[in-house]
Design a protein around this ligand. Structure first.
Ligand code: GLN
Length: 395
């Protein structure tokens, strides 16, 4: 076979998906991939079924159906406090990934440099690599995952074009404060850089924290593309409906790219998610308290069995360091072995830490646990972890 395009060279199955496949055979509980398998709200399902029955079956405008874009204008100007007033600044995409891909296509020439905070969400990195971008990693480390502003300044060159940030963060749950965003904005303005902010976990917040969008800060909107979606907030990761918000000239080009890449998001499902905006605020209160309970269960279990962790400020992941277990238990040499040990002994899937770091060594004592599960399933997973880790101790 003749060689494939160079851009395919580094492509391999992600660890996030690999664990899901491994568990399919062994039947364990998946705390690896953030699949979010609780039920989708009934009103959204009903609206999608109605749209199918009413033959809302043809392509929509590439930027999405009008009613959904109108609702997104309201949501982003109220919840996110962004200066958005027109549906031309809003675009519905195939998952937040569709927003990220079209933003990258729109902003980057091959060889352009992009800064990404580490630990990172691997799909951001792999997509940047496929785009031919040069990545500059900005390391953040536990326990506080502080933003090293000096390192950002130092990483900037003439070819730097953009920075990617993810708040609340995957995999560590870091939530950017208003002050941190303001400090970043000064740097972006000084060097005339774009920001792409992935805010898909914007409603999962703990300990009274608030979500701040960079694009809401005065002067930031014109250089920021904000990405979010319905997958996590409404338990519908397989529906693939996300969106991007940004200045009209960028969003209109991203829309044209989306048209070329996939024409539009599935029309009847867009009608379904439009119903999300008819639900009252109680939904978000319930979501917050359910996640708070799950975070406590997950993190206190990991604390109890001996992991070293900072409890996430937001999102539904925790990146836990298993170094303290290594001395007293077998099977925790590195992250891949620890992941396999937990699948075999506890029948629980996690994601190996190296998936979130440029140098695999920096992630080799971490595992990522996802607690977006039904409470009873999470309770079983936590009991299995407790049981396995104490029985392994005596082995
Ligand atoms: N965002 C989810 C995660 O980090 C799932 C994404 C995926 O399967 N790529 O696990």
């Amino acid at each position: 076979m003749r060689p494939l395009a160079d851009r395919t060279k580094g492509l391999v199955q992600s660890n996030i998906r690999a664990v899901t496949l491994m568990l399919k055979d062994s039947g364990g509980i998946n705390l690896g991939q953030g699949i979010c398998d609780m039920p989708t709200p009934p009103s959204i399902k009903e609206a999608a079924k109605k749209a199918i029955d009413e033959d809302e079956s043809i392509y929509s405008y590439y930027g999405g159906i009008d009613s959904l874009r109108d609702s997104l204008v309201v949501k982003s100007s109220t919840y996110n406090k962004m200066p958005v007033s027109s549906p031309e600044e809003v675009m519905v995409t195939v998952g937040s990934t569709g927003a990220f891909v079209t933003a990258m296509f729109c902003l980057l020439n091959s060889g352009d440099e992009v800064m990404v905070f580490e630990p990172f969400y691997g799909y951001h990195i792999n997509l940047l690599q496929v785009m031919g971008a040069q990545i500059r990693f900005i390391p953040t480390r536990p326990p506080n995952w502080e933003i090293p502003f000096d390192a950002i300044e130092k990483a900037i060159t003439e070819r730097t074009r953009a920075i990617i940030l993810n708040t609340p963060g995957n995999p560590h749950g870091k939530v950017w404060t208003h002050e941190e965003l303001a400090r970043l904005l000064v740097i972006l303005e000084k060097h005339d850089l774009y920001a792409i902010t992935d805010e898909i976990y914007e409603y999962m917040l703990y300990d009274g924290r608030a979500h701040y969008s960079l694009a809401a800060l005065p002067g930031a909107f014109d250089r920021t593309i904000t990405i979010s979606g319905f997958s996590k907030t409404y338990n519908m990761t397989g529906w693939r409906i996300g969106y991007a918000i940004g200045p009209e000239p960028i969003i209109s080009k991203m829309g044209l790219l989306a048209d070329l890449l996939y024409i539009c998001s599935p029309t009847p499902l867009q009608h379904g998610v439009a119903a999300a905006f008819k639900m009252n605020n109680r939904y978000f209160d319930d979501l917050a308290s359910a996640y708070d309970q799950k975070r406590t269960l997950m993190c206190s279990t990991l604390d109890d069995v001996g992991f070293d962790l900072s409890w996430p400020q937001g999102s539904y992941y925790v990146l836990a360091d298993f170094s303290p277990l290594r001395d007293r238990l077998k099977g925790f040499k590195d992250d891949v072995e620890a992941c396999q040990t937990l699948i075999q002994k506890a029948r629980v899937g996690t994601v190996p830490g190296q998936s979130f770091f440029n140098n695999p060594k920096d992630g080799q004592s971490f595992l990522r646990f996802c607690f977006a599960k039904e409470l009873d399933v999470l309770q079983s997973a936590c009991s299995q972890l407790k049981e396995a880790l104490s029985s392994t101790r005596s082995a």
